[in-house]
Design a protein around this ligand. Structure first.
Ligand SMILES: [Ca+2]
Ligand SMILES: [Ca+2]
Length: 412
């Protein structure tokens, strides 16, 4: 019975009910001397419990049997479930760590050369004393830019010029084919449709010494033939450094036929420069002749003593029947400008810009076709010229001068 009581006690202890002195005291009355213990903080009197079992009716009161029903013990197992914990899922197989590549063999550090002995820094020379900047001279007064005013030689048509470096009254006159605003802009004295016109023959007689070439610089560009040994001479000239030289022995220039030489009844101008030392009376010579001796002709006749005196004659038509004549000798070895101008019906001869006489003559003067056109020879093929001629020009339709004038001071 005691053992039973202990078991009950233990069960009570396990169940937490051993300390319930109130319950136990209901089963038996405790002895005052009974050993006492402390279960779960409460006094448990074992002796009293044993005594109660020993002393009491062994026939356990049915109530105790109930209380001690061991069959109820299994319930305790319910309270304290000692069953092993449910099978825990095994931990997942952990993949083994990858094989780590072994670290590369590190090359041993190179032996570092010991640092060179650094030379001590040189003693730096002190900076030189800088000379003070020189006093700068003030800039010189700059000359004003050159005068860019238009000029007659700048290769440009500017200022009042009517063409490049000509015309406008401030430059030389313009040659044929160049621009003009008035007759005075043109060397020909003829401005038609704002172009200089009128020149049908122009011989500058320039070139290499002794050359037998005399090109016509007019727009007509007539063919010039050389008779005898007429030639270009640089020994003397009025313009251009050369002139034509005629030795008085069969020399002349022939001018090819052309309608240009039918001057009709219109205006015209013939002019040239001459220099001759053939100052001999009746040493007749013709500088120019267009026509026939006893028909229509235009002649410039020097040193002719016939018909009233020794002098210079200009005549046309009728073999000297119509003429202007002066008893002045121009064969003085000096340059003279000579001109014959027909204006309307009035013929006027000029020497050095001064009139030597005039005469009216109305008939036409046509010398194209079967006529001679000579320079340096008479119309009959006689009376060759001796001396120099230069800058010979014929204008058709233009009366270049109608009063005394200053001879040109430059080539046309
Ligand atoms: Ca100019
Ligand atoms: Ca010349």
């Amino acid at each position: 019975m005691r053992r039973l009581g202990c078991v009950a006690c233990c069960l009570a202890v396990l169940a937490g009910g051993c300390g319930d002195s109130t319950g136990m005291s209901d089963m038996a009355s405790p002895s005052p001397d009974a050993a006492k213990g402390i279960v779960d903080g409460a006094v448990f009197d074992h002796a009293a419990a044993v005594d109660a079992a020993m002393i009491g009716d062994l026939a356990a009161p049915p109530d105790l049997a109930v209380a001690m029903d061991l069959a109820a013990i299994p319930d305790v197992s319910v309270l304290v479930d000692l069953s092993p914990p449910s099978d825990l899922a095994p931990p997942p197989d952990l993949a083994p760590p990858p094989d780590l590549a072994p670290p590369p063999d590190l090359a041993p550090p190179p032996d570092l050369a010991p640092p060179p002995d650094l030379a001590p820094p040189p003693d730096l020379a002190p900076p030189p004393d800088l000379a003070p900047p020189p006093d700068l001279a003030p800039p010189p007064d700059l000359a004003p830019p050159p005068d860019l005013a238009p000029s007659c030689s700048d290769g440009m048509k500017n200022g009042k010029e009517t063409d490049v470096d000509c015309g406008g009254g401030t430059c030389a006159t313009c040659s044929d084919g160049k621009g003009c605003a008035a007759a005075a802009d043109c060397g020909s004295g003829s401005c038609v449709g704002n172009l200089c016109k009128g020149t049908v023959l122009l011989l500058h007689m320039d070139g290499v010494n002794n050359a037998k070439v005399f090109p016509d610089s007019s727009p007509s560009k007539h063919v010039i033939t050389v008779g005898g040994d007429a030639k270009v001479s640089t020994a003397d000239s009025k313009f251009g450094g050369a002139s034509g030289y005629f030795d008085g022995n069969g020399d002349f220039l022939g001018v090819a036929d052309s309608p240009d030489w039918n001057l009709g009844t219109g205006d015209f101008t013939i002019d040239y420069w001459m220099r001759s030392a053939n100052n001999v009376q009746n040493a007749r010579m013709h500088a120019l002749s267009f026509g026939n001796a006893n028909g229509t002709n235009i002649d410039f006749d020097y040193n002719d003593k016939d018909q009233g005196g020794w002098g210079f004659w200009i005549y046309w038509n009728g073999g000297g029947g119509n003429l202007v004549r002066v008893n002045t000798v121009y064969t003085d070895n000096k340059w003279h400008h000579v001109a014959l101008v027909r204006a309307g019906t009035l013929f006027t001869g000029y020497v050095d810009g001064k009139s030597i006489g005039s005469m009216n003559y109305a008939p036409a003067l046509n010398v194209s076709g079967n006529f001679n056109r000579y320079i340096g020879l008479g119309a009959t093929g006689s009376w060759p010229y001796l001396g120099y001629l230069d800058e010979l020009r014929i204008l058709k339709g233009v009366a270049r001068w109608t009063m005394n004038f200053t001879p040109p001071d430059a080539a046309y």
